[in-house]
Design a protein around this ligand. Structure first.
Ligand code: MLC
Ligand code: AMP
Length: 495
């Protein structure tokens, strides 16, 4: 019997359309066939990959899902890579995860070929995989490791978050139940597929349910709006920045064009926002433009989704609702007390089957992140009249920009390698489109000058584009406290 539930579900969906792109369609059976073939190629002479890490770089679509399923069916651990990562970032991900193989597409192979060769890894191009000798696939127990997603935190380098098959299954099941995913659903997939939002909430939930996905290589406002106007989608999931961009696009259209598109939005059964705070003003603007009441939810790479406004019932702007099925939540005060009073802030702690197994190769960081079996999120919330409201993060070194979580420390470490920069402090500053924008205050070496443009150009080979500072200020000295430590809130005030 098939132990991987996503695969078992796919069998029952058979000929249903899993993916649609223009006039091209792929059914579930094709995904099953191709992933079995690729699994056989990955296995070669071995019977089970036994949690060997397989990294892959592919755009959203048939190849991406084929690779993910092939890795899982062969007993490996899936390590999805970011399409916008720079070579140093990719090198870090491959080395830290100790990946042994990299799978990519012919179109993308140039991005990884030299690196893979230098690291001595196996390279597979999914387009070149021909018919292979089928072989029995291993029975993969749900407690085994399934995926490593990299997430930035309060350490300089991102940490690998390890989820088991059981974790992933729980993360999917709670959303399928709470948001009533159905086989008749069709969803646009334009979020990056190296993060949980795109992978679990959109892709895996849709595939689990037998729904149809329309993949985009990246978020393309006009292409998405065209399909919305055609009434293609019943479900839509995005980060707040995308809603801001959609509002800007709708407002720039003629009344007729806007009415056509708004019709497509208003007919959807569910529109969700998450990954960063949705400003109440954006929520209200969206409702007034489209008639849709966005459902805001809260989650994290380490825990999947934890809190959600209701599918039926009041969706309260500025809040993230209540615990999802199977998720336990508690708030801990700064003094370490359990918060029981309404409106008193506390750190969100989470327990449940969706909570990750460990940080890859970091037993200390894993142990530190749990308290009595509860995962400590570092996010602060209050409970008000039955709904949780997120107040912010405990650490100033974590920035959320366009829905991406960024580490100020990681960006600082790179900027300090710039020949003109003597010291620097990176902070997130409020931004209407991006939520927060990356800003850097730097002390330059004597006599050096630096413009934002030249700094950004220098960063391009080092940092993914969304980590590159948007604002730059040269200062004589950084604000420090009596102990000599840089005070980030004071740095923020400089912008
Ligand atoms: C891009 N740009 C930015 C930026 N990102 N500027 C400032 N801050 C940022 N964060 C700039 C680029 O440099 C470029 O500038 C221009 O904007 C267009 O870049 P782009 O990448 O083409 O933009 P776009 O495609 O519009 O990207 C916006 C976006 C993307 C919102 C679609 O950021 C995105 O996909 N975000 C989602 C991330 C996500 O999935 N997070 C979930 C993590 S999981 P120029 O000058 O070159 O034109 C998680 C858990 C949970 O958080 O709860 O879900
Ligand atoms: P990541 O580590 O990329 O998975 O991002 C998870 C973080 O995103 C959480 O710890 C929160 O800080 C933030 N986040 C997710 N959803 C929301 C939300 N609805 N409101 C505010 N912050 C959110």
């Amino acid at each position: 019997m098939e132990r991987l539930q996503l695969i078992a579900h796919a069998r029952s969906h058979g000929d249903a359309v899993a993916l649609r792109s223009g006039s091209s369609e792929h059914c579930y059976n094709e995904l099953l066939d191709c992933s079995a073939t690729l699994a056989a190629v990955l296995l070669g002479a071995t019977a089970d990959l036994s949690e060997t890490r397989v990294a892959y770089l592919a755009p959203a679509g048939f190849d991406y899902i084929t690779v993910q399923w092939a890795v899982w069916r062969a007993g490996g651990v899936a390590v999805p890579l970011s399409l916008s990562a720079t070579e140093p970032e990719l090198e870090y991900l491959l080395s830290d995860s100790q990946s042994q193989s990299v799978v990519t597409t012919r179109a993308l192979v140039g991005k990884v070929e030299a690196l893979v060769e230098r690291l001595g890894l196996r390279l597979l191009i999914v387009d070149d995989v021909g018919p292979a000798q089928r072989q029995p696939l291993p029975k993969v127990d749900s407690q085994r490791r399934a995926m490593i997603l990299y997430t930035s935190g309060t350490t300089s380098k991102p940490k690998g978050v390890v989820a088991t098959h059981a974790n992933i299954q729980a993360q999917i099941e709670t959303l399928v139940e709470a948001w009533q995913w159905q086989a008749t659903d069709c969803v646009a997939l334009f979020l990056p597929l190296h993060h949980i939002h795109g992978i679990i909430n959109v892709m895996c939930c849709a595939l689990w349910s037998g729904a149809t996905i329309e993949p985009y290589p990246h978020f393309d406002v006009s292409a998405v709006l065209e399909r919305v106007a055609a009434g293609a989608y019943s479900v839509f999931m995005a980060v707040p920045t995308i809603y801001v961009k959609l509002i800007q696009a709708l407002e720039s259209l003629s009344e007729d064009d806007r009415a056509r598109i708004v019709g497509g939005f208003s007919r959807m059964r569910l529109m969700v926002s998450g990954s960063a705070a949705l400003p109440a003003s954006v929520h209200e603007k969206w409702t007034s433009l489209t008639g849709q009441n966005l459902l805001e939810r809260y989650g994290m790479t380490e825990i999947g989704m934890a809190l959600s406004n209701p599918y039926h019932g009041e969706r309260r702007p500025g809040t993230v609702g209540q615990p999802l099925p199977g998720v336990e939540i508690r708030l801990k005060s700064e003094q370490g007390r359990l918060v029981t009073a309404q409106c008193e802030p506390g750190e969100i702690q989470v327990r449940g089957p969706g909570v990750f197994l460990e940080y890859w190769n970091r037993p200390d960081a894993t142990a530190e992140s749990f308290e009595d079996g509860w995962f400590q999120t570092g996010d602060v919330a209050v409970y008000e009249r039955g709904y949780y409201r997120i107040m912010g993060r405990q650490s100033v070194d974590i920035i959320k920009s366009g829905g991406y979580k960024l580490s100020a420390l990681e960006i600082e470490a790179v900027l300090l390698q710039h020949p003109a920069i003597c010291e620097c402090a990176v902070v997130g500053v409020p931004d209407d489109t991006w939520g927060e924008a990356v800003a850097v205050a730097a002390v330059l070496d004597d006599g050096d000058e630096l413009s934002l443009e030249s700094l950004r150009a220098w960063c391009r080979d080092q940092l993914s584009h969304y980590k590159i500072p948007k604002r730059f200020l040269a200062v004589d000295r950084l604000p420090r406290n009596a102990m000599g430590k840089v005070t980030k809130p004071a740095v923020r005030e400089l912008f």
